[in-house]
Design a protein around this ligand. Structure first.
Ligand SMILES: Nc1ncnc2c1ncn2[C@@H]1O[C@H](COP(=O)(O)OP(=O)(O)OP(=O)(O)O)[C@@H](O)[C@H]1O
Length: 374
């Protein structure tokens, strides 16, 4: 069942067509990212969903119901709205800002207070430290978090977000994207998210809608858009480094090899030598039970020290990547450190697999070959 259905949605301003016959459907719990060049109609499309803009033609259905037949309050209860400039009320405290909609809905005071604290914690703001502050006392990133908390206040099933992170510095932006992914996996809202940034779209979107001159050019999963861009416009828009971006969609656990070259801490150097030959590697991992505790390199064999002596100088964390991280991240660790293999761990240090650099490079080459072919 689709949560949001756009049918032939069209907006004309005089003779100018801002949105041109857009039809698409968004499933409940999915994030749909609207993307395209400036002026392509993203914001207008989003605002037709909550009826801030009335369509010239076509319609919007929410859970199968035409929005024109819904009362404005009913529509507002279904949708939270987050915009780039946040739109916090300067003269209200953070708690009052977050509690605006519940107050309008007539919730009792205690329930509002509890909800405000719950939401501040959800978006990573310590309630005690923030609830009585004013927006001007917060950084841009913190204000944006408050904006997200406010949109979630009455627990609407739908969240409309118009370039919410557009004005933030890259580091804050990444952090907020990660938090949105966390919130989304916990709350399973249906999100429509407008952005200019293809990397953001790939990271956040279950599906991406690419618009040009008001028309929907392609609507598909990030992987499908990277693999099979519908035309030259999409290919250019997605960018030349499509292969690298695809690596950003794959998880290490999907490409890792099982059975890492590993020895116990009491193994002999001869065993290590034999293992290096068998696996054709210059490094083997040391594990105690399933716990990764260090490694031995080929150079170490010359020194004739016991493995336990070597381990005392090593921090196993430096050669490990978490199983849920992206392949792109693993490759950048290898490039930054010069490692030819990395260990894959679950939790803090449970050794579950390994990735040889050669495998990632082959993968990258295959993806690039696919790019040439398409
Ligand atoms: N109220 C309006 N009156 C006249 N034209 C409008 C109005 N609102 C939007 N437009 C035009 O409609 C087109 C689509 O605008 P819209 O804001 O939806 O684009 P956008 O893709 O969100 O752009 P941006 O990425 O720059 O925010 C643009 O050409 C814009 O100038």
């Amino acid at each position: 069942m689709s949560m949001i259905q756009l049918e032939n949605l069209t907006k004309r301003y005089g003779t100018h067509v801002a949105v041109d016959g857009v039809t698409l459907s968004i499933a409940a719990g999915e994030t749909c990212v609207l993307i395209g060049p400036s002026g392509c109609g993203k914001t207008t499309t989003l605002r037709m969903i909550n009826r801030l803009v009335e369509p010239t033609e076509g319609r919007v259905l929410i859970e199968g119901k035409d929005t024109r037949s819904m009362r404005p309050e009913e529509l507002r209860r279904k949708m939270g709205y987050v915009i780039q400039s946040v739109g916090l009320f300067d003269h209200m405290t953070i708690a009052q800002n977050v509690g605006v909609v519940p107050r309008l809905l007539g919730w009792p005071k205690e329930r509002i207070a509890a909800r405000v604290d719950e939401l501040l914690a959800l978006v990573g703001l310590e309630p005690r430290a923030f609830r009585d502050k004013y927006p001007r006392q917060l950084s841009g990133g913190q204000q944006q978090r408050v904006g997200v908390a406010r949109a979630l206040a009455a627990d609407p099933p739908i969240l409309l977000m118009d370039e919410p992170f557009g004005a933030l510095d890259p580091i804050t932006r990444e952090r907020l994207q990660d938090e949105l992914l966390g919130i989304q996996s916990a709350l399973k809202k249906t999100i429509v998210f407008v952005t200019h940034d293809i990397d953001e779209a790939i990271k956040l979107g279950d599906r991406i809608a690419i618009l040009k001159d008001g028309k929907l050019i392609q609507y598909d999963t990030p992987a499908a858009i990277l693999k099979r861009p519908a035309n030259a416009f999409v290919r250019d828009f997605v960018g030349a480094d499509r292969a690298l971006k695809s690596l950003g969609l794959l998880r290490v656990q999907d490409v890792m090899e099982p059975n890492p070259p590993q020895v116990g801490p009491d193994a002999s150097l001869d065993e290590v030598r034999e293992l290096m030959q068998r696996y054709a590697v210059r490094r083997v991992f040391v594990a105690e039970g399933r716990r990764l505790v260090g490694w031995v390199d080929r150079e170490d064999l010359e020194r004739n020290e016991s493995i336990r002596t070597l381990l005392a100088r090593r921090d196993a964390g430096t050669i490990a990547v978490p199983h849920h991280t992206t392949v792109r991240e693993a490759l950048s660790v290898m490039i930054a450190t010069g490692f030819r293999i990395v260990a894959v761990v679950r939790g803090r240090d449970e050794l579950v697999g390994w990735v040889p650099r050669a495998k990632l490079i082959r993968l990258l080459e295959d993806l690039e070959a696919g790019e040439v072919a398409s």
